[in-house]
Design a protein around this ligand. Structure first.
Ligand code: FAQ
Length: 330
C-alpha cells in the first residue's frame, strides 16, 4: 500500500478501508504535485506537508524580521544621505517580506501570535546568517552582495514551489532581493575602487561573510533531513548542495571583478566540470549558531522581544479599533 508521506497520525488506528482511502488521497495529492498543479490553502494536503510548510515559511519570515537588525545597526551611520535612503528602503523591504511570509503561513492554519511566540521562545529557527555582527560599513555591502545573493539563489526556485500562496509571495520578494543584491555589490565596488583602507575594509568584510553565506544553504545533502521529502513535494526544487554550488559559481567571478580574494585556499576552477571547487565548510560552526550559540543570537532575540513589548500598545489599539468596527457593523 502507498503510504509514503502519510503522517503517522493520519494512518495510525485507521480501519483497513479508511487506510486505503487515505493512501488513495495521498496518491491523488502527489499526482497533482507531479503535474505541477499548485496546492491552495483550502485543498486537502497531508499533515506532514502542512507542517513542513509552516516550519519553512515561518522560519523564512522570522529570518526577514531578524535580518533587519544587523543592517538597521548602520542606518544612522551610513556614509551619505543617498546610502542612508537606500539602506532604509532595503530594511523596510525586509519587513514587508516578513509580513507577506507570515500571511502565507497563516493560510495553513497557524496564527501570527503563535509564530511570534515560537520565535521569541527560541522554538522556531531563523537563518544562521543573522547571528553575525556588522562591525563596519563594508559589512552592509557584503550582506547585500553575498547574503541577498545567496537568498535569491535559494528563493528564485521557491517561486515555483508547489504551495500557491508561498510561491506567489516569493515573486515580489525575489524582485526586491535583486535590487538589494545590486546595492550591496555597488557598495563593494565603490569601496574596492576607493582608497587602500577602503579596499581593505571590503576584503575584511568578504573574509568574515563568505563562509557564513555558504552555510545559509543548510547542511550538506547527506545531512539534510528534510530535503528528500521537500523535493518530492516540490517545495524545494534544488538540493542545498546544488544551490550552494550555483552560488559559488556566480559569485567567484564577481569577487575577481571587484579585485577581492575569496578567503579559501582550496578554491579552484574545475574546467572539466565547469564548477569552482571550494574548501570544507566548518559545519560545527553552523550547528553551533543554529543551536543558539552564535556571536549575536542572544542579542538578536532580546532586541526582538523588546520591539515586541514596545509594540504592545499598537496591537491593543488595532484590536480595540477592530472590535469597535465589528460592533458598529453588527
Ligand atoms: N540557518 O533538512 P534541512 C534572507 C535547519 S532570508 C538556520 O536542510 P530544510 C533575506 C533547518 O531549518 C534567509 N537553520 O532543512 C534577507 C532544519 O531544522 P529543523 C532565509 C538552518 O528546511 C537578506 C535543519 O537545519 N531563507 O536572507 C539553516 O530542508 C538580507 C536541517 O536542515 C529561507 O528561510 C540555516 N542556514 O532546508 C533578509 C528560505 N539551514 O527545522 C535581511 C527558505 C538549515 O528541522 C537581510 N528556507 N537549517 O529543526 C529554505 O529554503 C530551507 O528551509 C533551508 C533549509 C534551505 C534554509
Amino acid at each position: 500500500m502507498y503510504t509514503q508521506g502519510l503522517d503517522q497520525k493520519e494512518s495510525a488506528g485507521k480501519r483497513p478501508v479508511d487506510a486505503v482511502e487515505a493512501a488513495e488521497q495521498l496518491q491523488a495529492f502527489q499526482a497533482r504535485i507531479d503535474a505541477e498543479e499548485k496546492i491552495e490553502a483550502k485543498d486537502w494536503m497531508p499533515e506532514a506537508y502542512r507542517r513542513t510548510l509552516i516550519r519553512q515559511i515561518s522560519q523564512h519570515a522570522h529570518s526577514e524580521i531578524i535580518g533587519m537588525q544587523p543592517e538597521g545597526n548602520w542606518l544612522t551611520r551610513a556614509p551619505s544621505l543617498k546610502r542612508k535612503a537606500i539602506l532604509l528602503a532595503k530594511v523596510q523591504d525586509e519587513a514587508g517580506h516578513g509580513l507577506y511570509l507570515y500571511s502565507a503561513a497563516e493560510t495553513l492554519g497557524v496564527s501570527r501570535d503563535q509564530m511570534v511566540a515560537d520565535l521569541l521562545s527560541g522554538k522556531a529557527k531563523y537563518s544562521s546568517i543573522f547571528n553575525y555582527p556588522t562591525v563596519s560599513w563594508a559589512d552592509i555591502g557584503a550582506i547585500g552582495w553575498l547574503v541577498d545573493g545567496a537568498a535569491i539563489m535559494n528563493q528564485i526556485p521557491l517561486c515555483r514551489c508547489s504551495y500557491g500562496p508561498y510561491a506567489r509571495a516569493m515573486v515580489r520578494v525575489c524582485k526586491e532581493e535583486s535590487f538589494h543584491q545590486r546595492q550591496g555589490f555597488d557598495i563593494m565596488l565603490e569601496l574596492s575602487r576607493g582608497s587602500p583602507r577602503q579596499k581593505a575594509m571590503a576584503q575584511d568584510a568578504l573574509n568574515r561573510w563568505w563562509w557564513p553565506s555558504l552555510m545559509m544553504f543548510g547542511p550538506n545533502d547527506s545531512e539534510s533531513k528534510h530535503s528528500a521529502q521537500s523535493m518530492a513535494w516540490k517545495i524545494k526544487r534544488f538540493s542545498n548542495d546544488e544551490l550552494r554550488q550555483k552560488f559559488v559559481d556566480v559569485t567567484v567571478p564577481q569577487a575577481d571583478f571587484l579585485g577581492l580574494r575569496m578567503p579559501d585556499e582550496a578554491l579552484r576552477f574545475d574546467a572539466d566540470a565547469g564548477h569552482y571547487r571550494f574548501g570544507e565548510i566548518d559545519w560545527q560552526e553552523l550547528f553551533d549558531v543554529i543551536a543558539g550559540n552564535g556571536p549575536c543570537n542572544k542579542q538578536r532575540l532580546e532586541k526582538r522581544q523588546q520591539a515586541h513589548d514596545d509594540g504592545a500598545w499598537v496591537r491593543e489599539a488595532a484590536q480595540a479599533y477592530a472590535n469597535k468596527a465589528a460592533a458598529a457593523a453588527a
